[in-house]
Write a protein that binds this ligand. Sequence first.
Ligand SMILES: Nc1ncnc2c1ncn2[C@@H]1O[C@@H]2COP(=O)(O)O[C@H]2[C@H]1O
Length: 466
Amino acid sequence: MPLTGGQLEELNLFHRKVHEDEPKDLLQFAANYFNRRLEQQRFFARNQESLALSKGIVLFPSATRNDSVVASASAAAGLKGAESQSNDQIFKASFAETDPHATGAAASIQEAGMAPDTVSSEEGSEMAGFGSGIFKDNFRVNKSSDKHIKKPVDPMAPADQAGSSPQPTTAPRRSVAVPRPLPMNFNAQRRTSVSGETMQPDNLDDWKPENYSEKTGLQLERLEKAIGRNFLFNKLDTESKRLVINSLEEKSVKEGKEIIKQGDEGDYFYIVERGNVDFFVGSQKVNTSGPGSSFGELALMYNSPRAATVLATTDCVLWALDRLTFRRILLGSSFKKRILYDELLKSMPVLQSLTTYDRAKLADALDTEIYQPGQIIIREGDSGDNFYFIEFGEAEVSKEQHGIIAHLKQGDYFGEVALLNDLPRQATVKAIKKTKVATLGKSGFQRLLGPAVEVLKLNDPTRVDH
Ligand SMILES: Nc1ncnc2c1ncn2[C@@H]1O[C@@H]2COP(=O)(O)O[C@H]2[C@H]1O
């Protein structure tokens, strides 16, 4: 079969590079070279993906099973170290450890044998920051041996244990060469990063978690206690629970340690067995939690940067679950409602003031009810306990004295008046088509709507100044 134009171009570039560098060890050189090329291509693809996503377009909607395994591998490398990565991890940086030709990742962008374009320092630093995201936490420059050699380190380990001071999180603001868009002649589904995935969890068929290791009797006992209290695990069937438990990695964290840094890429989800943590958005403390609670799910669910910084306020014992196992198991069960309600909640004008975190918590608390045409959903004069969002269908609102006063459709809400004003239902709402509603109980209404309550109050149809 003749080579495609893209393949020829790739080989020519490599050929040229071999001529220029005259490596002593050609195979090692080739391994490093193509490893870097792969990184560059995926970096580019990720950028394209996240750009497209920011415009609401999913470029590569269905990552295959193996692709996802690769995706998790780069994240898993941070906790496990390169030696424990499996063979099907196509992309890894471990060559650098023994490679006489190895150079740092920053240099590798300059070295791109792929017709680089020079971009402005602003743009370049942003892209370089993004592209190096996979390594940002998991690899630090090892000064003691060779400043160009990158070694995997445990992101939870103290800096001194890691053998170096941390790398700056943003790339220096200078002019860097970044890959110019090449024809998409590579498997675009292949990915090393989380950036472009949809919220749909992957298929579980014949899949085994990366970090699977059977827990001992004592660990099992502790875990049962630690996660038994976490609502996420109550929803798991026995097999899923077993997979999750055996994928968890124990992490001891000292008081004062930053466990998650706002803005970083998400790699692990954590459950607290012992100790307390505080959550900060910017410099503001927004939350605190303790044993039995969990955190770090948002970035893994939405493929977004960490929404908050998490600090250990005491010595902690945590259990960490890698991103892929989280997505494969928890996303499809424990976080099903978030997936189900994500679009609806995001689309509702009244909820625009909620953050991703607020929306996620709100979705956790929703339940679903379905009404047939003609069925009454709430009746005027009854006491009111629920607030409703219409997922699909249509309903009409009527008052005994005034007849029909409003029509409601998908994305509309009702049932707020009684809850806001502590009154009986002020009108009857009847389904006129098959209608599916998401319901929120009274306590959730008060706790979870946060700033949206003010909007509901402003829109309250019974307000006297309306
Ligand atoms: N008010 C909050 N806003 C954002 N994240 C929060 C908040 N309170 C707790 N968190 C947790 O902090 C975590 C930081 O990492 P993630 O964004 O992955 O997931 C986040 C949540 O689990």
